[in-house]
Design a protein around this ligand. Sequence first.
Ligand SMILES: [Zn+2]
Length: 408
Amino acid sequence: MFDLTCTGFINTHVHTSQQLGRGIADDVDLMTWLHNRIWPYESNMTEEDSYISTLLCGIELIHSGVTCFAEAGGQHVAGMARAVELLGLRACLAQSIMDSGEGLPASWAVRTTDDCIQFQKGLYEKHHNTADGRIRVWLGIRQIMNSTDHLLVKTRDMAKELKTGIHMHVAEIPYENDLVMETRKVDHGTVTFLNKIDFLQDNLLAAHTVWVNNTEIDLLSRAGVKVSHCPAAAMRMLGFCPVREMLNAGICVSLGTDGAPSNNRMSIVDEMYLASLINKGREVYANGTTDPTALPAETVLKMATINGAKSVLWDNEIGSLEVGKKADLVVVNPFSWPMVPIHDCISSLVYCMRTENVVSVICNGKWIMKDKKILNVNEEEVISAAKQASSELLRRAGIKIPTRMNVL
Ligand SMILES: [Zn+2]
């Protein structure tokens, strides 16, 4: 009887800065979520908060077997980089970038487009290819509603010059598409406009991408754009993503957790299970009946591994267990109650495995978790620092979370 060994999982949409904000925006509408909770929270973060938040997030990622992740664009890349280096993980880090939009916190509203570009160039020069090559720096675009056309074009050009990727939230809600049609004079939404300005390229990682029509799916496919599907966050706030149609069109779709205030659980293991179930059930809307053959286990496992590697432009070194690739791998104990009995290993990994089955993790040839013990940081100390940093940050940001203990 042997443990199962699998290539490390790749989480292609994580907000490491938001880990200290877990639970600050449960059961609220999207605009309250953004304007009254997340922006005040993120705009009051210090670099130390970002460091502690990334440590806490990284611990949860490692426990679920993640060896590489793509930061969606958060606060203080320097804090993130320090934490990633210490944890031993691999990551593509990006700053949250916005140069326009309604309701921005005062400290963000003063940034010019050129400030945004120059700042990111500085981050790239300082942090790209550091930590034994485990850290790469990408460019961030938070979303189209907070970007001028000038910022989009400059970002496109700088990514080409630096030979790096761009991480952006794309077509998240119908309102976004409506606003783009109205202000940018195109006949559909964000993807149609991004195509018009030649922003759709094979180095673009588009998160969510829920509200796209067939023409836009075709545009994404032809340009080689990668899509990060975040099943839990989509169900909570955005809607059903046409994953099957995208995969059929040849788009590289991978999996992400999104941030803790959008999902609460940073487990790629849970996302694999959800991705399959949600997309089987979604067929009711697409074809009138559920389809148990939609997104089978092999497809979902590929989304969490090799498609993840392609999405972060790193598939020459990670995403599969092959001679010549980096040693990023996960050891799973399949002999406890969630996984016994096993008939088909791939089915068991996708449909039965829990985070608790992941026992050991190697990244870049080094153990970073062994027998469920995180090796490079003291988990209890990080938890204690996170509790304190979170309450101080919420106090500074003036965020009060109503307690619902009285219903128990
Ligand atoms: Zn996100």
